[in-house]
Write a new protein. Structure first.
Length: 350
């Protein structure tokens, strides 16, 4: 059968029209996650995701980098290229929807533990610590403040960092927004500081320090025994470059702990030692007990002597006995560790 040129042209035109009317199915990028416009997402990529002015991965086209934990709103998706138009923190731009870079904001969190010792430094002026990785006011445990460094235990796929730290003697473990902390590897342990024993000194907590943790060892990451507060005074047993080893009463028991030196003021506890009287007049055969006033917080040894036994004698515990008319000087030598201090009292017998 002969096909005329007109018929052939008509057939070809019909084929073209038919093909152009077939709807084109979206061709998703091989690694593109199946999100949708109007959805809230959270950045889960540890190194963050770049936002661009246009859907092109060019350095000169970059607006900013969205850090892990940032929330973003998807307003438009190009299903053929895999680019999403999003808004985050007042900025609007394009990000590539790489699978594993994002997660739905309402997704069930999965917690991943860090394989090495990490720490988190707070970047926000104030940061809520949540009991669970859910942003609810009823879920808030505590607050951290800018510059504080705490232990980082792990992270979730929904933009939270799991942290641990002490508040007083209580250990707190919770979750903070990953967008507001800087997570780094803990610095390598340094050589232990050398402590030197000192005697008769105390440490008073500075008024600028509302609370100071007492650790069981000289490290801010060590367990906290208790806390002491502005104006509290404790006894110093030894000192290093940055720490004091102290003794203090905790619930009726004497404990040894460590405090950071820079938050305290060192005081000479022996400077407050004195005798109950500087002079005393007694009648012959009278007795009088001279007492030591003041407290160093440490055990002390006192030695008593008289300058004239014929006028007045003194016992090992400071009891003076008047013998005959005259004057005598009573000397009390106090020893605290390797330090000594002499106190005197004038006795006049009439």
């Amino acid at each position: 059968m002969r096909i005329t040129f007109k018929k052939l042209t008509a057939v070809m035109l019909a084929v073209v029209i038919f093909c152009t009317c077939i709807p084109v199915e979206p061709v998703s990028a091989a690694s593109y996650a199946n999100f949708s416009a109007g959805q809230m997402l959270i950045v889960t990529e540890p190194e963050g995701v770049n936002m661009h002015q246009t859907p092109q991965a060019l350095a000169a086209n970059r607006v900013m980098t969205l850090g892990r934990g940032n929330h973003l709103y998807v307003s438009q998706i190009n299903y053929q290229t895999g680019w999403m138009l999003v808004t985050c923190g007042g900025h609007t731009g394009w990000v590539y929807g790489q699978e594993g870079w994002f997660a739905p904001y309402n997704a069930a969190p999965s917690v991943y533990t860090y394989s090495q010792n990490m720490q988190a430094k707070v970047l926000a002026s104030a940061l809520n610590v949540h009991k669970e990785p859910v942003k609810l006011s009823s879920n808030i445990l505590d607050d951290l403040y800018k510059g504080q460094v705490v232990d980082a235990l792990g992270y979730t796929n929904t933009g939270w960092t799991k942290v641990s730290y002490y508040r007083g003697s209580s250990r707190i473990e919770g979750y903070v927004s990953s967008a507001w902390v800087s997570v780094t590897v803990k610095p390598a342990a340094t050589k232990p500081e050398k402590f030197t024993t000192i005697y008769g000194y105390s440490a008073a907590v500075k008024s600028t320090c509302s609370a100071l943790n007492v650790h069981c060892s000289p490290s801010t990451s060590a367990d906290v025994i208790t806390s002491i507060y502005s104006g509290d005074v404790v006894n110093i047993l030894a000192q290093s470059k940055t720490w004091y080893r102290i003794s203090l009463n905790v619930n009726g028991n004497m404990r040894t702990g460590y405090i950071y030196r820079s938050y305290t003021k060192k005081k000479d506890a022996m400077a407050n030692l004195r005798l109950s009287v500087s002079s005393k007049t007694l009648k012959r055969k009278a007795k009088y007990h001279v007492l030591i006033r003041g407290n160093t917080g440490m055990s002390l040894k006192a030695t008593w002597k008289t300058s004239n036994k014929k006028v007045a004698t003194v016992s090992k515990k400071g009891y003076v006995t008047a013998k005959k008319k005259g004057t005598a000087k009573i000397t009390c030598t106090i020893k605290v560790g390797k330090r000594t201090k002499k106190l005197t009292c004038k006795i006049k017998v009439k």
